[in-house]
Design a protein around this ligand. Structure first.
Ligand code: ZN
Ligand code: ZN
Length: 367
């Protein structure tokens, strides 16, 4: 089953020309789940290859403005399209109160919005996986979310099955799904005889805003992917501590201690471009990436190579064409998709907006 993460907004507190505010889409099989909905998220979806799909579920990490201001507009758009499908919104306690205020903005909708507050530890069981909320440390009621798949059956040993006399066909399937089968001659074959040890499912952890926290470390142990905030570079560690955010190095230390396979840093302050954050984090945890908007992380099963960053993987066709036309880096065909530079590419350091905005925002309640 496919599982990937689409980064729609990777900036913290305020947007930049290149980075939108918090919005992360998790796609698993046919599910499309949005985590946080910063201002501009509906347009980021429209610009992406995903499109503004009829989301069924949205999870909010906390109620700082940079994480939910995109909701009223998006909910309104759904209504103008005549949506009838109900929408489920999850968030830490305070969600119902927040919507009391937001309703005055979006008014009456053509569909129901079902609100469910999740306290740390609350889990949603989904058959083959679960999503649970965990506590983070951000000074306000805030949830991180963990998506964890059930263990998969072990690898089917064809040779052994054949040597035990199991005929190819439906009995294979039964054994694979954990059933003991009886052969025509009365011999019973149990799944343990033909299946290898169960293989773990995948685990993806999204922290939202937080300082490095013990709870996150525990939840993230051995995760395939940890999406952690890194608002600041190491030079601003004191500021990170003071505002209950993380620095590049703080997040990297945690990822290393948790033994995750990949660390994706997001929620960057507008004074950073990405490469410096990536450089600092990689010195501690080499498996770090700093996705840009419209990058994807494809969370493959370990035997298929594990998680990998697909740069610009969610760029809409048109955006892709525009990007190629304006930056002179055409000519690469398929390859030019990867030619946008990555977090370690110094070219990114020339982001004109970031370069101009050298200072931090004067006052920012979202921090
Ligand atoms: Zn934030
Ligand atoms: Zn926040």
């Amino acid at each position: 089953m496919d599982l990937d993460i689409v980064f729609l907004g990777t900036s913290g507190s305020v947007p930049t020309a290149r980075r939108g505010l918090a919005g992360t889409l998790v796609r698993r099989g046919g599910d499309r789940i949005l985590f946080d909905c910063g201002e501009g998220t509906q347009r980021q979806l429209l610009r992406s290859s995903v499109g503004l799909v009829e989301l069924h579920e949205i999870f909010l990490t906390h109620y700082h403005a940079d994480h939910y201001l995109g909701l009223p507009g998006m909910l309104k758009t759904f209504s103008l399209r005549g949506r009838e499908l109900p929408l489920k919104v999850y968030g830490p306690p305070g969600l119902v109160e927040l919507f009391g205020v937001l309703r005055r903005i979006f008014g009456k909708l053509s569909y129901d919005v079902d609100l469910q507050e999740l306290a740390p530890g609350n889990a949603l069981e989904r058959g083959d996986h679960r999503i649970f909320a965990f506590a983070v440390e951000h000074g306000v009621g805030a949830n991180g979310y963990c998506i964890v798949e059930n263990p998969r059956p072990g690898r089917f040993d064809l040779e052994t099955a054949r040597s035990l006399g199991v005929p190819q066909g439906p009995l294979f399937g039964k054994l694979q799904s954990g059933e003991t089968v009886e052969l025509p001659d009365g011999v019973r074959v149990s799944p343990e005889q033909v299946l290898g040890p169960p293989r773990p499912g995948r685990k993806v952890v999204l922290t939202g805003d937080t300082r490095p926290a013990l709870e996150v470390l525990e939840v993230a142990r051995e995760a395939d992917l940890l999406v952690h905030e890194a608002t600041f570079a190491a030079e601003e560690q004191a500021r990170a501590d003071e505002t209950l955010h993380s620095s590049s190095t703080g997040a990297a230390e945690l990822a290393k201690a948790a033994g995750v396979k990949m660390l994706a840093l997001t929620h960057l302050s507008n004074r950073y471009f990405g490469p410096e954050i990536a450089r600092e984090a990689r010195a501690i945890f080499p498996g770090t990436v700093v996705p840009r908007d419209f990058d994807i992380i494809d969370v493959r099963f370990p035997e298929r190579g594990g998680p990998r960053l697909v740069k610009g993987g969610a760029l809409g066709r048109r955006e892709e064409a525009d990007a190629h036309g304006s930056d002179g880096s055409t000519g690469g065909g398929e390859d030019s998709r990867g030619g946008r530079g990555d977090a370690g590419d110094p070219e990114l350091g020339r982001d004109p907006v970031g370069a101009r905005g050298g200072g931090r925002p004067a006052s920012d309640p979202a921090r």
